[in-house]
Unconditional design. Sequence first.
Length: 168
Amino acid sequence: MIPSDQTRVTLALGSNLGDRFENLQQALKDISLRISIIKISSVYETPPWGYSDQPVFFNQVLSGNTSLNPVELLTFVKNIENSMGRVKNFQNGPRLIDIDILLFGEKIIDSEKLVIPHPRMVERSFVLLPLAEIEPELIIPGTNKKVLELLQNVAQTGIRKLEFEKKK
């Protein structure tokens, strides 16, 4: 049960520069300051999307509850990216960390600053595969389709689930 002052949110994390696993771990730690994380997917190694001449990515998806509103959440995750040293280069270019808001409850938002559900999530296996791991039956607002159904419509070539030793 989600507390009445909270909303379930789903975020996607990606990194293809530096220590990619550690970047994801640091982002999760920072995110947990304002989001009560409920589920975290495995880490997936994925080929670059949109611009192929760059290192492979580590991707992960999480869901959790927050009292932040959508714009506050956007500001929060962008501040994490900046504090971790993300430098804006070009669209789909290499990055130390990328945090995308995929879902904000069942809201559909289409503003200049923010679009939710994430406009390209249904095209991206590097989002849908980890999301299907933690929320396979979730219906994506505006699509009327479950994550597992959407996953069947995207290529999953070159993606592999990684196994990491748990830190003690």
